[in-house]
Design a protein around this ligand. Sequence first.
Ligand code: AHR
Ligand code: AHR
Length: 492
Amino acid sequence: MTRILLNPGRRLGVLDRRVFGGFVEHLGRCIYGGLYEWGSSLSDVSGFRSDVFDHLKALRLGVLRWPGGNFASTYHFADGIGPNEDRPRRVDLAWGGDEPNHFGTDEFLAYCDKIGTEPYICLNMGTGTLDEALAWIEYCNSSRQTYWAEQRRNNGRKLPYGVSLWALGNEMYGDWQVGSRSATEYVSEATRWARAIRMLDPNAKLVSCGMSGWNEWDRLVIDKMAGLVDFHSIHFYSGSEDYWANVLQPHQLERAIELAAGMIRRAAYEQGLAKVPRVAVDEWNVWFRTFGSTNLEERYQFADALAVGTYLNIFIRNCAWVKMANLAQMVNAIAPIVTTPSAAALQPIYYPFLLHSEGALDEAVDAYVSGPTVELPSQVNWGIWEHRIDDLAPFALVDVAATVDRNRTKLSLALVNRGDNSAERVEVELLEGVFGPNARIRVLTAASELAKRVLPDVEPVDLEEVKEAPRGEVLVLDLPPRSFTMIETTLQ
Ligand code: AHR
Ligand code: AHR
C-alpha cells in the first residue's frame, strides 16, 4: 500500500499556467496539413483546421511557442507577412523541406488569440540579425508611426499584439543548428541582443538559450546572462522501448531543473540580482522512435502517457522554479494530436496533459509519499538519450503531485502508478481539514479494445470516471497497474 500524507497548508509555490504550454514548429506536417490546411473542408476561413483547433483548445494551453525549434534559426519573419500570394517560397535547412510562408506572424498571433493563449516567439539567432529581431518586435508590439509598425497596420492589424515572450535563439550549442556557436560567442551576441531589445520594448520577457540544465553551457550562459533575462530555457527528451526506462527517465528532468535552479541561485546571490530568472523547459516530450527522421510522426503507446503524466507532476512539484514548459510538439510531429486530410485523432499522451490541465489548481502543495518502490530488472535498455538515472533510485511506485486553490477549498491530485502487474492501494490522508463529500476520479489506462481506434495506427486509451467517497480525512483508492489518475475533491 502507498500512503500519501498531505498538508494543504504546506505550499511548494504558485503554479504558472504556462507549464501547460505547447510548441508548434514548421516541421513536417505540424503546421501545414496539421494546424493549418488552406482549402480543406475541415478548415475555417483562416485556413485553421477546426478539428485540430478544438482538440488543442480543450488543452487550455497557457502559452504556445513558435516558429521553431531548429526551423527558427533560418526563418525570416518578413517572408511570412503581407499578401499571401507575394510571399516567397524558401528552402528550410533545418528539416529539408520547402517553406511556403503561408502561415506567418499574423496567422500565428491570430491563432493564439482565437485559442486564448499567450504567444511565445523564438528569434532567429542562426542566419538572423539583431536588426531583424528588432524589426520583428517592432512589427508585433510598437504603437509608433515607424516603418515596421506601419507594415503591421498595412497588413490589417491596427493594434499592437503585445507579444512579451521572446527567446534568444534555439539550441545554439548544437551542430545541427544553423549558426551554432560556442557558449562564449553565444553570450556576447545574446547580451547585445538583450540590451537592444529592452531599449525597444521594456515589457519584453527574454529567454536565454540553455542546454540540458546541468551542462557547462548552462553554467556559462546563466553566469553571464542571469541579470539580463527572465527565463533560462532547457530542452529535454526521453524514451526507450524498455518500459522502465521510458516511465522513469522523466526523473532526470527533475534533477536538471534542480541543478539549473541551483546555478541560477548561485549567480543571483553572487551578483546581488534583484530579479531572479526562472526555468523554462521550452521543449520536452517522449521522442525516440522517429529520432533522425524529418517529419517526426511518432506513434505513441500507453507507457509514453505515463511518462508525460510524470513530467507534468515534476513541473507541479518544482513550480517555484519552472514557470513555463512547452510540450514539443502539438500536431503530427511528436504530437498528441495527429491528422489525415479527413480526420484528427488523439494519441495516448494527449490524455494526461488534458487531465492535468483541467485538474491543476493555483498552488502546489507538498505530498509525502511512502510505499513500495520500483524493482528494476537487472537489464534495462536505457535507449538513445543516455540519461543516467540509476543513482536517483529508489523510485516510488506511485508518482504524485498535488495542488490546491487559493482559498484551499479544493484539492487535486495526479497519480502515476508505474507498477506493471498489480493494482496498488493508495491511502490519501489530510493532515489538516477533511475532504468534502464527493471526489471526481478519472482513471486512464491502456485501451482494453484496440478496435476503438480512430485512425488505424493510433492507439486509443480507456478513460473511466469512478466514484469513491472520502471518509473524513482519508480517501482510499485502488490504482490499476500502469495507470494515470486525476482526483479532484473539495476540502472542508
Ligand atoms: O522538437 C524537435 C526539435 O528538437 C526542435 O526543432 C529542436 O529545437 C530540438 O532539437
Ligand atoms: O537530430 C538533431 C538533434 O539532435 C535534435 O534536434 C536534438 O534534439 C538532438 O540533440
